[in-house]
Design a protein around this ligand. Structure first.
Ligand SMILES: [Zn+2]
Length: 474
């Protein structure tokens, strides 16, 4: 069961609050997903890695989590891009949705329980818009559009803490493009236009606005009230402000208990290498020899509400941290020593577990939580070097570290990946060659394995191997 002291900072109100799920032991988590008109870049993935860290931590804490991450597959940018490439919107969306799934898999994100696509939920959006029309929170315009009436909803602006007199900035629809009653009002439904996709529905022909998509999909899968809603800080306004207004106006219930937003990465400028530039893609980073798990570590190792610098130095730090964690796991697995158990090990493991938990309970305070993990790694390395552990101790310590890595998902772990038969055969041949002291053959086999992406090392405890390009497991 979940910890009693778990607390999150709620963007709504800005306070640190004890986390109380609506239903004991269960959590509904909604994350605003990508608009699939182009590949998502590293900055986008920071917010998905954050949502995944939150999801993993909740599960590790004993909650049963339902995680919904949507795919926006119809919007202005996507329509323009599809037209420019001479593709249908579905074709373009399929291409980048597939790419997004693959990027998530490599980064150890999810998979989410549900990945709903907007165009498969037009009926739910229309039902919501009809409710808003009936309740007097929305109105139609001559071109077949429907707008949310901000004047009808005095609570508008609570999430972003807007000055009521403030004009809307960053609205997607140009003020002069549609005839709105109030410049602040936002489109729930956009009337049909030549050359744009549209649906024939009970509220007429047209297509949905962006914000209504997330209200319809989150409430369909998680209910009218949900526990957690995450996204990048840029989504607070107008997207989440609008989602909250239209959802609560339609249902009369509180939409979300806790809103959590993560800060932007501070990316390198034009002069930086491609892999740390403003629009770096994960594949640009991997192409320069950074494994996915190292990128994941770099994205999650700073508190989600602060913007980490994404630089060569932060990638180097991430690489050495992942290496330390992976190496101690390999060493613990290979370790054999006939001796009495180390009685101080159990308290050491428990202390690390408790420290990790108490920091993560504090609004996912990741930096000191990682500090607790690496304090433990340092202690274990010392005991391994002193041969102060028994074989059973080493196995217990490896289990404890793997348990913490269920939350982090960064360790390279040879226990997890499946070995194909060809690789296993070469590994076995190499062990045999070494037993026969045939060093030339052993070196030749090492080179052959390297060509298959498998790195072999020889240690006091025998041959160890790992893959250099494995996706993150866990
Ligand atoms: Zn959204």
């Amino acid at each position: 069961m979940g910890s009693m002291s778990l607390r999150f900072r709620n963007t709504l109100g800005g306070e640190l609050q004890p986390f109380q799920p609506l239903e004991a032991g269960k959590v509904g988590l909604y994350t605003c997903g990508p608009t699939v008109y182009a590949p998502a870049h590293v900055g986008n993935f920071r917010s998905f890695v954050f949502a995944d860290l939150l999801r993993r931590y909740l599960q590790w804490s004993g909650y049963s989590v339902t995680w919904v991450l949507n795919i926006t597959d119809v919007d202005d940018k996507l329509i323009r891009r599809a037209a420019a490439e001479g593709l249908g919107i579905t074709e373009l969306a399929d291409r980048y949705a597939e790419r997004f799934r693959e990027d998530m898999r490599l980064l150890g994100i999810g998979p989410p329980d549900v990945m709903p696509r907007a165009t498969a939920h037009i009926d739910e959006m229309v039902a919501l818009i009809r409710q808003l029309l009936e309740r007097g929170h929305a109105y139609r315009t001559d071109d077949g559009s429907v707008f949310f009436s901000i004047d009808s909803w005095p609570a508008y602006g609570r999430l972003a803490r807007l000055d009521p007199e403030q004009q809307r900035v960053g609205e997607r629809v140009e003020a002069d493009e549609y005839a709105k009653d109030d410049v602040r009002d936002f489109a729930l439904w956009k009337g049909p236009k030549p050359g744009e996709p549209s649906w024939s529905t009970a509220i007429g022909e047209g297509r949905p606005g962006w914000h209504i998509e997330c209200s319809a999909m989150s409430m369909k899968y998680l209910g009218a009230s949900l526990d957690l809603h995450t996204g990048g800080i840029d989504l607070v306004f107008p997207h989440h402000e609008d989602e909250m207004a239209q959802s609560e106006a339609a249902t009369g219930q509180r939409f979300v208990s806790v809103w959590m937003h993560c800060a932007h990465l501070r990316m390198g400028g034009q002069k930086m290498a491609k892999r740390t530039g403003n629009l770096a893609l994960p594949e640009d980073v991997y192409a320069e020899g950074v494994p996915p798990r190292v990128l994941r570590y770099a994205l999650l190792s700073t508190h989600y509400r602060t913007g980490p610098d994404f630089t060569e130095a932060s990638l180097a730090t991430a690489a050495s941290s992942v290496e330390r964690l992976s190496t101690v796991l390999l060493a613990l697995d290979a370790y054999r020593e006939e001796r009495e158990d180390d009685l101080s090990l159990t308290p050491l493991l428990e202390e690390a577990h408790q420290a990790f938990r108490s920091h993560m309970d504090d609004d996912l305070n990741i930096a000191p939580a990682l500090g607790a993990v690496f304090d433990l790694v340092r202690e274990l390395n010392r005991r391994l070097a002193d041969r102060g552990l028994s074989t059973a101790d080493a196995a217990r310590a490896a289990d404890a570290l793997r348990d913490l890595d269920r939350v982090l998902g960064v360790a390279e772990d040879r226990a997890t990946p499946e070995v194909d038969a060809a690789v296993q055969h070469l590994l076995d041949l190499r062990v045999a060659a070494r037993n026969e002291r045939d060093w030339a053959r052993s070196d030749a086999l090492r080179a052959e394995l390297a060509e298959l992406g498998v790195t072999v090392e020889d240690t006091a405890d025998g041959q160890r191997w790992r893959r250099s390009t494995e996706p993150v497991h866990g």
